[in-house]
Design a protein around this ligand. Sequence first.
Ligand SMILES: Cc1cc2nc3c(=O)[nH]c(=O)nc-3n(C[C@H](O)[C@H](O)[C@H](O)COP(=O)(O)OP(=O)(O)OC[C@H]3O[C@@H](n4cnc5c(N)ncnc54)[C@H](O)[C@@H]3O)c2cc1C
Ligand SMILES: NC(=O)c1ccc[n+]([C@@H]2O[C@H](COP(=O)([O-])OP(=O)(O)OC[C@H]3O[C@@H](n4cnc5c(N)ncnc54)[C@H](OP(=O)(O)O)[C@@H]3O)[C@@H](O)[C@H]2O)c1
Length: 431
Amino acid sequence: MKKRVCVIGAGPSGIAAVKNIREEGVDVVAYDANQDVGGNWIYNEKSSHSSVFETTHIISSKTLSQYEDFPFDSSVADYPSHQELYTYFQSYAKLFDLYRSIKFNTMVQHCKRIDASKWEVTIKQNGIERTEEFTDLVVCNGHHWKPKQPTYPGVFNGEIIHSHQFKKAAPFAGKKVLVIGGGNSACDVAVETSRISKKTSISWRRGYRIVPKFIFGKPSDVFASKIAFIPTAIRNSLSGLIAKLIVGPNRFYGLPKVTHKMGATHPTLNSELLYKIRHGKVHPKGDIHHFDGAKVHFKDGSSEEFDTIIACTGYVLSHPFFDQKFIDYSSGPVPLYLKMFHEAYENLYFIGMFQPLGCIWPGAEQQSKLAALALTGKWKRPKNMKVLCKREVTHPHIKQIDSSRHTITVDFHRFLKDLKKQISKKRKNSA
Ligand SMILES: Cc1cc2nc3c(=O)[nH]c(=O)nc-3n(C[C@H](O)[C@H](O)[C@H](O)COP(=O)(O)OP(=O)(O)OC[C@H]3O[C@@H](n4cnc5c(N)ncnc54)[C@H](O)[C@@H]3O)c2cc1C
Ligand SMILES: NC(=O)c1ccc[n+]([C@@H]2O[C@H](COP(=O)([O-])OP(=O)(O)OC[C@H]3O[C@@H](n4cnc5c(N)ncnc54)[C@H](OP(=O)(O)O)[C@@H]3O)[C@@H](O)[C@H]2O)c1
C-alpha cells in the first residue's frame, strides 16, 4: 500500500522528519500552525507557540547542536541566539527544498486512528475545517509550549505570569520581581529582570548545581563530550566535581545545598546568575509557603512584598489533537521505544519528544532517519516491542530525582549511539 505520511509541526524536529522521510521516497505532508519553520525559535513578542525571549541564547553549544546533514556556518556564535537559530532552520528547509511539503497557518485539530494503515486528520486552515486521510502519523508538536502552573495556598494580588509569557525584561523596570524555579528559564529570566527591576529575587525549592557555559575555555558540552566514552554515572560525577571546583559550593551564594548527583536534575547552564547574586542584583530565596495579598511568605518564615511573580516552572507534555483516553503523557510515564515507537500503534511515531542533557534536534534527526526506514520496511519493528517500551520507563539512562519534568530524559551521546546502531544495523540487513 502506498504510504502517505502526516507530520504535525515544522519546528526543528518536524523539518528533520520531512527531509528524511521524503529522502526515502515516501509521500509526506507537514502541517504547522505557525507561518514558517523554526517552531520554538520564531521569537514573537505576542503570545505564540514560542517560549523564547528577546535575549535567549541556547544552552547547548553549536558544535553539538547541529544536524549531521547541515553544519552551522563558522560565523555563528558558540551559543547561537534565537535569531541565528531561526535563520539556521530556514536555511535547512530551503537547502533541502522542504517548504513545498509544509502547509503553514494550519492547525491540526484532531487525529483519529482508524486502523494500522489509516488516520483521519482534521485540520483547520483559514478558518475552514476539513479531514484528510493518511497512512501514518508523525508527531513533532514540541514539548515546551504548554505552561506548568504552580499553585500555592492563599491569594497573590500582584501580577503572576509564566515564563512562556515572558518576552523581555523592559515591562519589569522598577518592579519588585520574584522568579520561581531553578531551571534554565528561571535563571535566564532572573538575570534579565535584575538588569532593570527594583529588586529581583529567585525562589528555589531545592539546591541546583549551576554549570558555567564555558569550562577551561570550551563550551561545557564540548568539554563533557571529550569524556563521553566513560559510563554515564561516572561521567556525571566527574562533570559535577569539575563544575563545583570552578564555581564553589552553593552556600557561598546563599543558595540551597545541592543534594543530588550531576544529571539527577536537568542541567542548568548559566554564567551570569552567580555573578548577579554576588553583585547583589539577584536575591536567593527558598520555597514558597503561601501568598497573602502583595506578600509572599516563604518556608523559612521570611516574607516579602512583590509586584510580579514569574513562574518558570516548566512545561507539560501535551497532545491536544488526541483523545485523552487514546494518548495522554501529561503526567508520565512515557513508554515509547527509543522515545518514538508505540508498543501497539505501528503507524504512529513521535519525534523530538525527549529531553537530552544536551540538544534536541541532532537526536530528532536520527529518529527521523529511523522512522523513514521503518516506513519503508527497511527497519523492522522488534518483536518484543512491548518489553522494550516498558524498559524505557524502568531503565532510564540516568536516575533522576522524582519531578514531573523528568519523564523523558535521555543521555545525549548514548541516545544518538542507540539510534545510529538501529539505523546502521537495519540498513546492512536490507542492502
Ligand atoms: C527558552 C528555551 C530555550 C531552549 N533552549 C534549548 C537549547 O539550548 N537546546 C535545545 O536542544 N533545546 C532547547 N530548548 C527546547 C526546544 O524545545 C527545542 O530547542 C526545539 O525547539 C524542539 O523542536 P521541536 O520541533 O520538537 O518543537 P518546537 O520547536 O516546539 O516546534 C513544534 C512545532 O509544532 C507546531 N505545532 C504544535 N502543535 C500543532 C498543531 N496542533 N497543529 C499544527 N502545528 C502544531 C508548532 O507551531 C511548532 O512550529 C529550549 C526551549 C526553550 C523554551
Ligand atoms: N537558554 C536556554 O537555552 C534555555 C532557557 C530556558 C529554557 N531552556 C530549556 O527549556 C526547557 C524548559 O526549561 P524550564 O526552565 O522552563 O523548565 P524546567 O527545566 O522544567 O524547570 C522548572 C523549574 O521549576 C521548578 N518547579 C516546578 N514546579 C514548581 C513548583 N510548583 N514550585 C516551585 N518550583 C517548581 C522545578 O523544580 P524541580 O527541580 O523540583 O522539578 C525546576 O527548578 C529545558 O529543556 C531547558 O533546558 C533553555
